[in-house]
Ligand binder design. Structure first.
Ligand code: SF4
Length: 381
């Protein structure tokens, strides 16, 4: 089955011309009420609220809502994942590398399930990681031993990134998130997880935290990757689209903003399939999206398939064409949290061009300008 789903062609992108035409048509329709609404909300298409970018970036969102640039500090909460611990599978998603955890200072035995987790050690570990993270941005140290040139303000997003960050007893999670939210430099938290690991109890607990910290935000990030079940089976995602829909309903009922991860370039997916995923998300009332290039990482089963020649990775040109098409049809209200991959360079097998993020983003911005493409220019509500 997997064999039949794999094919050696990269997604076929139609459509530099189609995107241009649609965007031009929309730009011309200045009296169109959708465009008026966009101008009103985001200042699209010539808005200072997008800070010169042709899309509504996370950076612009933070400047608009918080008044300054806000940086992310990735926290390791010592989690695992049901796709790795045997609850669903032991192999993980086909593209997911096994590393990334282990820095958390609280031993699993201290993460009690009786409603009385070891608050002090959890809080200390979170605080320590936040201090380390802020120092990275202050230029006192970097992960590579060089002085960082970045100099920032004083506000950060605590990003619970590694594995499934709601996969633990609710009492433990509450202490963990509370520890981050209580830090004065933290503007909010972003919790990466799976739709099948978001329960009513967790949403209720997040509600309580929101009431306790009314000036801070709480976001949930979900790794959907695709709406297509055939691809979901191949990548061993471990839940159907209906589970994502149920999770979204729960998040909406609790007014919790959702950021959805989508992977571009998954084996077997055509450009049309990717656009179907984007169109689907346009109607899910999500607040943000991460468009990620498929990375082939060392030691993954995806890498084995790649080395066997079962699929090709995207070229930079094809990837940028896909990103532009996605952006053109995305709602202009949607915040773009990422437009590239974010894999470890030491593990990256392909595509190697993706390690030069600056080149990728600069080329994207240049191409969008030349082709007169902006986020939402071909959006149809
Ligand atoms: S759900 Fe996330 S952490 Fe778990 S295996 Fe998949 S990608 Fe990795």
């Amino acid at each position: 089955m997997i064999e039949s789903q794999l094919h050696k062609q990269t997604p076929q992108v139609s459509h530099k011309r189609v995107i241009d035409i649609d965007c031009e048509r929309n730009h011309e329709m200045n009296s169109d009420k959708n465009i008026d609404r966009n101008v009103e909300k985001n200042g699209f298409p010539h808005s200072e609220h997008w800070y010169g970018k042709p899309y509504f970036s996370l950076d612009a969102y933070c400047k608009n809502t918080l008044g300054e640039k806000v940086y992310k500090i990735a926290l390791d909460a010592g989690m695992t994942c049901p796709n790795r611990d045997g609850s669903i599978d032991t192999r993980g998603c086909i593209f997911c590398s096994a590393g990334g955890s282990g820095e958390f200072a609280v031993a699993p035995s201290d993460r009690k399930t009786d409603g009385k987790p070891d608050k002090n050690s959890i809080r200390a570990s979170v605080q320590e990681q936040i201090i380390t993270g802020t120092r990275l941005f202050e230029g006192r140290q970097t992960t590579h031993g060089k002085l960082s040139r970045k100099h920032t303000g004083h506000r950060f997003i605590a990003y619970f990134q590694s594995y499934t960050n709601t996969y633990a007893p609710v009492a433990y999670l509450k202490v963990l998130y509370d520890a981050a939210l209580s830090e004065p430099c933290i503007s909010g938290i972003s919790i990466a997880t799976r739709p099948d690991c978001v329960s009513l109890e967790i949403c209720d607990m997040l509600d309580q935290l929101r009431q306790k910290y009314p000036d801070k935000f709480i976001w949930i990030e979900l790794g959907l990757q695709t709406i297509h079940e055939s691809t979901a089976v191949y990548i061993r995602r471990g839940y159907p689209l209906s589970r994502f829909d149920r999770c979204m309903q729960l998040l909406h009922e609790h007014h919790i903003p959702a950021i959805i991860h989508v992977i571009l370039g998954l084996p077997g997916e055509t450009a049309d399939m990717i656009m179907e995923t984007i169109q689907y998300l346009n109607h899910c009332n999500i607040q943000g999206i991460k468009l990620q290039l498929l990375h082939v990482l060392k030691g993954t089963d995806l890498c084995t398939d790649y080395e066997l020649g079962k699929f090709h990775v995207l070229s930079m040109d094809t990837y940028l064409d896909l990103v532009m098409e996605c952006l053109s049809i995305l709602s202009p209200d949607m915040v773009i949290h990422r437009l590239t991959g974010d894999g470890s360079k030491s593990l990256l097998v392909a595509p190697l061009w993706s390690s030069n993020k600056r080149l990728v983003l600069n080329t994207l911005h240049k191409e969008m300008k030349q082709r007169n493409i902006t986020q939402g220019c071909a959006y149809r509500p």
